[in-house]
Design a protein around this ligand. Structure first.
Ligand SMILES: *Cc1c(COP(=O)(O)O)cnc(C)c1O
Length: 425
């Protein structure tokens, strides 16, 4: 199946007389005839469902679709993008380990890494997404277990040189984890460029309608854990909590990572997606390929309009000729990037606030990547506790507006922006 067909039909193929739409299996538990049958599941000797905290058929249908779209070998849904990124790292890094991450990542992920996981004893080094091979090399330590970055960073909109990051990670015997939320597998498949694990906040474009918070982890099945067994004991030595099975032996490179994350992390933390939300996510996925085209078209038109406007100081959109990331975008995102554009209103914080207040179609929301256009001024919302100096240090200037183009008519969006800019004196 080609990409567009996978969006519509991937993951779930009903048999004779079964429901055409993905069924919502709204059940916490699953019934078995004998204790022996169930025991085999608990020992990971047989595959099957027993408790929705670990696995649910609806979730697995939808995870299988995202897995196919990304070109992976196994995938799981999580309750949120935060849970997906946490699991993807914690599945291979323990107390005393070290991870390298791009400094330009989603604020929630940055906090998860720099504050919460640090408390768990995992140290992070943040590097520029523009780092050279030499700069990346220098960040490695003997206890480094992974490298993490975003295809298109939220909200910085930098484009990561995935091939370079993958090649350096592999030279040091560790996997590259890529959060592909903004690009989606429609516009970029990081596994084709060497990424080993792909994560998503499905809350964004994959759902696309602002209906359900969720996340996903996809494994490429390509990283050879056994070759670096001393770094990854969790995958390469027996797990006492499952009668001493060794994940890479029992499930192979194709299944070890996701099976371990399900059997250990889902079992113990329970950040499972509700089957209802998985159903809604699947409705979104069915039109992902159609929607992304329009999001990108609108993003491009809005970015070009902003670039030509005298009241706009700067625009960041990798689809623009001359953007710092245009060349990388041509390589990694040849069909388009996303609908999110950031720009600065001349006049700084005050001017940005006036602009926001005067929008009529674009709504002020912390959300992005939604069918409805939304807009955020970080300096007066998500980052309002920071001074102008602190904002600049964090790469967020006081004038920055993040504009997430929805699926409306581009001319309406442009007229809305034009009107709101008129109010800026
Ligand atoms: C929103 C977002 C997250 C966090 O996802 P939630 O579903 O809100 O938990 C992670 N990464 C990126 C790039 C995001 O945009």
């Amino acid at each position: 199946m080609k990409r567009d067909t996978i969006c519509v039909q991937g993951g779930y193929q009903p048999k004779n007389g079964e429901p055409r739409q993905v069924p919502i299996i709204q059940s916490t538990t699953f019934k078995y005839d004998t204790s022996e049958d169930m025991g085999k599941l608990f020992d990971l000797e047989a595959s099957g469902y027993f408790y929705t905290r670990l696995q649910n058929p609806t979730n697995d249908y939808v995870a299988a679709k995202i897995c196919q779209l990304e070109g992976g070998t196994a995938a799981m849904l999580t309750s949120s993008g935060q849970a997906a990124n946490f699991y993807s790292v914690f599945n291979i890094a323990n107390c005393g380990d070290h991870v390298i991450a791009s400094a330009e990542i989603y604020g929630g992920t940055y906090n998860l890494f720099a504050v919460t996981m640090k408390k768990m004893g995992i140290e992070f080094t943040f590097v520029s997404p523009d780092a050279t091979r030499e700069e990346l090399d220098k960040a490695f330590r003997p206890n480094t277990k992974a490298v993490f970055g975003e295809t298109i960073a939220n909200p910085a909109l930098s484009v990561l040189d995935i091939e370079l990051f993958a090649s350096v990670a592999h030279a040091h015997g560790v996997p590259l984890i890529i959060d592909n939320t903004f690009a989606t597998p429609v516009n970029c498949r990081p596994i084709e460029w060497g990424a080993d694990i792909v994560t998503h906040s499905t809350t964004k474009y994959l759902d696309g309608h602002g209906a359900a918070v969720g996340g996903c982890i996809v494994d490429s099945g390509k990283f050879d854990w056994k070759k670096h067994a001393e770094k990854f004991p969790g995958l390469c030595t027996p797990d006492d909590s499952y009668h001493g099975i060794t994940y890479v032996e029992k499930f192979g490179l194709a299944g070890a990572f996701i099976t371990k994350a399900t059997a250990q992390l889902m079992r113990d933390f329970g950040s499972v997606q509700s089957p209802q939300n998985a159903f809604l996510l699947n409705l979104g996925l069915e039109s992902l390929h159609v929607r992304m085209k329009k999001h990108c078209e609108n993003g491009q038109k809005v970015a070009e309009f902003l670039q030509s406007h005298p009241k706009v100081g700067w625009v960041r959109y990798c689809g623009l000729e001359g953007d710092k990331y245009h060349e990388l975008a041509k390589k990694y995102l040849p069909d388009g990037s996303c609908g999110v554009v950031s720009f600065g209103v001349k006049g700084g914080r005050k001017a940005a606030e006036t602009f926001m207040k005067n929008l009529k179609i674009a709504a002020i929301a912390t959300h992005v990547a939604d069918a409805r256009t939304c807009c955020l001024h970080p300096a007066s919302a998500t980052h309002r506790q920071m001074t102008d100096e602190e904002l600049v240090a964090a790469g967020i200037t006081p004038d920055l507006v993040r504009f997430s183009c929805g699926l409306e008519d581009a001319q309406d969006l442009i007229a809305d922006i034009d009107n709101a800019l008129k109010a800026v004196k």
